[in-house]
Write a protein that binds this ligand. Sequence first.
Ligand code: 4AD
Ligand code: MG
Length: 432
Amino acid sequence: MGSFLPIAKANAKSSVGTRVSIRGWIYRTRSSGGLAFVVVRDATGIIQVTARKQALGEEGFTKFSSALIESSVEVTGTVAEDARAPGGFELRVEEARVIATAEPFPIFSGQTEEFQLDHRHLAIRSSDIVATLKVKAEVLRSARAFLDNNGYLEMTPPLLTGNAAEGGAEAFTLDYFGREAYLAQTAQLYLEALIFPLEKVYSITTSFRAEKSRTNRHLTEYTHLEVESAWAGLKENLELQEALVVQVCHDVAEHRPRELEALGRKPEELLALHAPFERIRYEQALERLASQGIEIPFGRDLGTNEERALTIDRKEPLFVTNYPAAIKAFYMLRTVEDERVVDGNDLLAPEGYGELIGASCRETRIDVLRSRLEHDGANMANYEWYLDLRRYGSVPHAGFGLGVERLVRWIGRREHIRDTTPFPRTPSRVTP
Ligand code: 4AD
Ligand code: MG
């Protein structure tokens, strides 16, 4: 057999009447008498393959038509129009080869979520997951392109660290040759160090959170896109976040429209997004919630219910700025006019999907950082290097962290965040 055509190209008008070879996996199969209809998929799409006993011979036909779904095959034939076939074209087989037969495939619809997760290494072949993974790859490609085009350099911060920057309680600890170390919850502190030589940096790394919370938006291991900019204030930080999110949404709509449709998201909804996103202060958010009958005292964090109430009827993301310092991380810069709150923000997805981004300007005063770290019970020795960044030519700076799976969950309208990652890690699951 000659070179292989991607199935999406074979299942197209331009291929009608031509002789092509494809290869992939059996997706559906049925036969009666001397005729078999076998739908084959590859990474690009599916095509109906029509095999006749006359064309393949007795033995070849029996082998091909009795191969179970997920068997791998190579097929050569001529493409013809057929309105009944998926996509409108079929491949009339001249040669067919079973590369490897499959045992009865254990995954089918109607099984429990647990069973599917136990067989995740096979379940990732299902069309919803495939569509989601294609969307996720486009999110990553687009975000990288956006940041590269805006002068940001991609960094590779460490994931083994002595600092539990987002609160010690939620860090995985490990024995590092007899010393206690952590799996990174954030690259932020390292990105802050890197702005001094490079000014505009970002990283896309795995962050780890030892959160026991079983919600549909928490993983214990997730993909964290983090950006840090020298000389940036709250305004510049907000503008970068919305420009990034808009660009990524437009790119996904443009490059993955079929996958979005399959997931229940209209590409036009993403194309309609534009900057600026609405900005409200935390205190305004409390007022909005009160008007909806949800009373939250100043100083309490906004949880899933509150974020949902604020965004359920929205079409665009919402910035909430100036949260109380007490409920945010030690490094957030106090707001000049109101020291109770910080120059930081969360970005909330529309339709109730919740927090996508956590962001802030960074505190530059050593005494403020030190007293907050002491208040949090941090091991000060581990943070001396970080305080050094304030001792040698500190500058105003700001950054943010975007949860890639959170973004994909909203874009792809997934019920659970585990549907956005091939091998989800949750408190109850670390295999397969
Ligand atoms: O809000 P977080 O905790 O902020 C930081 O880690 C900052 N140091 C980032 C920075 O400024 N460089 O986390 C950032 C984002 C959240 O908005 C959320 O989207 C995602 O990371 N995230 C999670 N995603 C999935 N599972 C979890 N358990 C997550 N925890 C946070
Ligand atoms: Mg947060």
